[in-house]
Ligand binder design. Sequence first.
Ligand code: GDP
Ligand code: MG
Length: 781
Amino acid sequence: MTIRDCKPGQSGRILSVGGEGALRQHFLDMGVIPGAAFTVVKLAPMGDPMELRIHGYELTLRLQDAEKIQAELINAPTDEAGEEQRQRESFHPGLGEEGKFHPKGTGDPLPETETLTFALVGNQNSGKTTLFNQLTGSNQHVGNFPGVTVDRKDGVIRGYPKTLITDLPGIYSMSPYSSEELVSRDFVLQQKPRAIINIVDATNIQRNLYLTVQLLEMGVPMVVALNMMDEMRGNGGSVDVNAMEAMLGVPVVPISAAKNQGVDELVKHAIHIARYQEKPLRQDFCGAEDAGGAVHRCLHAVVHLIEDHAARVGLPVRFAASKLIEGDELILKQLDLDENEKEMLEHIKLQLEKERGLDPSAAMADMRFAFIEKVCGQCVRKPRETREHLRSQKLDRILTGKYTALPVFIGIMALVFYLTFAVIGAWLQELLELGVEWLSGVVDGALTAGNVNAAIHSLIIDGIFEGVGSVLSFLPIIVVMFFFLSLLEDSGYIARVAFFMDKLLRKIGLSGRSIVPMLIGFGCTVPAVMSTRTLPSERDRKMTILLTPFMSCSAKLPIYAFFVSAFFAKAGWLVMTGLYLLGILIAILVALLFKNTLFKGEAVPFVMELPNYRLPSPRSVLQLLWEKAKDFLQRAFSVILIATIVVWFLQSFDLHFNLVADSHDSILALVAGWIAPLFSPLGLGDWRIATSLISGFMAKESVVSVLEILFADGIAGALSTLSAGCLLVFSLLYTPCVAAIASIRRELGRGWAVGVVLWQCGIAWLAALLLRLLGLALGWG
Ligand code: GDP
Ligand code: MG
């Protein structure tokens, strides 16, 4: 039988893991290895994916993937071993003394002037961001990893000016499965940080140590930060830190990042170990007696085989050997083995397979988990059932319950939108608008009093204050939106949403996690695009970014309201709802198109950890908000400022650079006059409409303000009802505003950004034309 055949509540043992390549490696890395015991927790409300408990944590698995994993039923795993450990008292964990791995006063420290570089590596949700914020205070800046758009944060450790710590993306293994894993691996191998700070979630220690074991293989000086110790101790668990240090061969420091306990001690150890370049004392986890010693012999044979190659290309040999055994193509290429050696490698692997009865990847994963079991057995006194886990189970009964999941989700999203756009955000936005208006008034007065040149006056007031000011007024909404999102994300709820929406989204070629950006897209495309960074697969991320602009953003509401009151007063809500639905419909069609053309690729398996629900620390949340605000302000005062000035310029001057009295004579009108014929087939050939649509590129709201100025006698007489409908459809679908395009550019690069503009204008034009033809055929308008 396979895992798929197991019913919720049933337990089993894994017999073999099917599938191949990176996908299979990912299963193994997540602890789905032959011999592991698991319990099926539940199926998602729509019947797919399923939730498993394995190695003491919760994991999602699609049925399609579960089918590939053979298993046998067993009785629920008893916790006798744990019970016995709980009986045994372990002495108070000593905190490891400075210089433990290196006698004080000897050795060859790096000079004081050298900057010590650290990499912060750990699983997702292990508390990396929290620790990073504790370590750096606000001395940090955010950048991008070259080549891959993954957020990279650097900062200086507080109180130690000659340090630089980099927060790497949360990863589960050093296999090149996701772009994050590749980025982190390359960072450690190529940037060669002086030391690694490996953060380990003590409440989920088996899962987390899997990465630790692989990091140790790299032979880089390392400190293990055992995080969440407050939760661990609070539930009666403890860790014999001294014993663990002895087994891992690196300092282990128990901390609580959220409560700022043990962090100073961690820093001291990290600095010491980096300064003295103390390598891990142990890189070898394969015992000669373990499971017949097959893995041990295989690994050491490969180490000998590739020793000189690894040294030549500067790879840690032990790490390179394990990856070769796991069939890592990238490392194989890098090592440049000759034919003979490659053949020998294959023979060694074959021998392993024969002796161990497992294929090489599974045997490696099994070896690592066996070592981890040994470490945990000797050093960890597990808490009974943690309060946090019990609480999570209770919450999940409702939040991912069969009948409650969807309604609760809709309720929560509605509340978030309501609070953001109607209550808190709107209130703050009004406040900011008043402030900008007041400032604009003051400056206006000052300029008038100072008798400043009319053109400059107009630039400052009508250009900069109008343009940048109107964009600036979105800051509160964006910050409030991110506040709620980070609450949802950090608390662990988003992972659940992805879990129960996965089945629906797979039908259009996306995975569960894409739902979040789409939802935010109804508010504003800018934060929506930014939030796609949390998506694990590059393909999903691209596709999601390209689809979010179809979700009608809130800035288009004024346009709808304007036309509805002028043309469709009787069926207002119908037109409004219709527009929103049309956006979603087109997004689905486009997604299907993408799925079958541009983004064929195979569906990424949805193997995701479901962490316990936790309240994020206020400090992390505040820091995130500050970052987002800063990001936004920077953009407002660069891209948007420049674009604003250009549009103002075109609107205010004629070709001889004379200030025009009537915008009809401006360069903008001239240019719009060229573009206007493009809109004739849609019945929108008036240059003023072209102008308003162009200004809508700046900010959608300005479509309305421009129309209002240019059609002084009201729009109702100037357009037919059908044309108004076409204009609405066009406004719904055409190019996102500058801010959104800028963020798409930031995520995907210039080519895609230009592509989005052209492609969306094309779709909008076609859709509007279709409506017009349909309308004419039916005799409307
Ligand atoms: P990351 O995904 O590794 O960056 O993890 P985060 O820093 O976002 O933390 C994940 C969650 O764990 C957040 O809700 C934190 O508030 C929480 N957390 C982090 N450190 C601790 C800790 O030491 N104790 C407890 N109880 N919670 C923590
Ligand atoms: Mg984080």
